[in-house]
Design a protein around this ligand. Structure first.
Ligand code: SF4
Length: 302
């Protein structure tokens, strides 16, 4: 197997592939040398070429199978990334059903889960709707991923939009594990029942997004801050920049969130080509030592 993105985070597809082949009695290992011959090499790439460079296909294999969102995204003439559905390959059902083989990533003590897929939003900069559809649906139970780890990293793109979220939230509560909604909770869809469920959960840092500055989300963030049991460290909020937002709009979101007790975190679309000022904004906001010691971006000198 080749984890093209590096080994910075467990790759769910590869963990399932590993599990499937081990159950069949096959030997599974990371691709490591040109001097070994493999029956199959699986290459998985989650991130686009903007973030992860591809690696050459190995020649020492009977078959090379490539998959993952990273292989379906290409940079269009408009300078934006596009998802090419024709290149999308799903795992065969017999592999998709396999319990992840966590042993291939011994450096990570947590479980990863993907209990729902799809998102109704279809944000233009995001590939989830194109890949998984514009309806968030439950696709698995927590027990399909979790075997007692103390922490679960939830990879669902928008669990808050899922019709079966009550069931899923209860399953996460019942684990008593620390739950990390890595893809963020959709603040626009959080209702009082969601907040009650989250209050029953052991949660680490919560993640939200305020990507579109045209969305007026101040009252939604305020409602959550009031209903959430924790009064500090309420959550980290991703703020997308360099994508149809002015610097004034960027700063409005950052300041508003900070004043409510959230931790704003600047994401930069197409970072390699982003204006210097936007990258400076990211440095200022995301470095929490700088952010605390210099409350106004206007005063930030580099
Ligand atoms: S809400 Fe999140 S997952 Fe859904 S389309 Fe927008 S960025 Fe993607």
């Amino acid at each position: 197997m080749i984890d093209v993105d590096g080994h910075n985070f467990p790759n769910l597809a590869l963990m399932r592939i590993s599990s499937f082949h081990k159950q069949r009695g096959d030997t599974v290992e990371w691709w490591w040398s040109d001097f070994v011959h493999y029956d199959i090499v699986y290459m998985s790439k989650i991130f686009s070429d903007t973030y992860t460079a591809d690696v050459p296909e190995p020649l020492n294999a009977d078959r090379v199978i490539k998959g993952g969102t990273g292989y379906c995204i290409h940079l269009g003439n408009d300078g934006k990334e596009h998802f090419d559905k024709s290149k999308n390959t799903e795992l065969p059902p017999e592999i998709e059903r396999c319990f992840p083989d966590y042993s291939i990533y011994p450096q990570f003590p947590f479980a990863v889960s993907m209990t729902s897929r799809g998102c109704p939003r279809g944000c233009a900069f995001c590939h989830v709707a194109a890949k998984e559809g514009r309806c968030a649906k439950k696709v698995a139970d927590v027990s399909d991923f979790w075997c007692g780890q103390k922490e679960i990293k939830v990879l669902d793109p928008n669990i808050t939009a899922c019709a079966e979220k009550r069931d899923l939230m209860q399953q996460y509560i019942d684990t008593r594990a620390i739950i990390d909604f890595t893809q963020g909770l959709d603040i626009r869809l959080l209702n009082q029942y969601d907040i009650e469920d989250i209050n029953k959960m052991r949660v680490g840092t919560l993640h939200f997004a305020w990507d579109n500055p045209k969305d007026d989300l101040e009252s939604k963030f305020s409602d959550f801050a009031k209903g959430f049991r924790r009064k500090s460290n309420i959550g980290m909020v991703y703020c997308l920049t360099n994508y149809n937002s002015t610097m004034e709009e960027n700063l409005y979101r950052i300041y508003t969130l900070r004043d409510m007790g959230y931790d704003p975190y600047v994401m930069v679309y197409d970072k390699p080509n982003a204006p210097k000022e936007v990258r400076r904004l990211q440095r200022w906001c995301n470095n929490k030592i700088i952010f605390k010691s210099c409350p106004k971006f206007e005063d930030y000198q580099t």
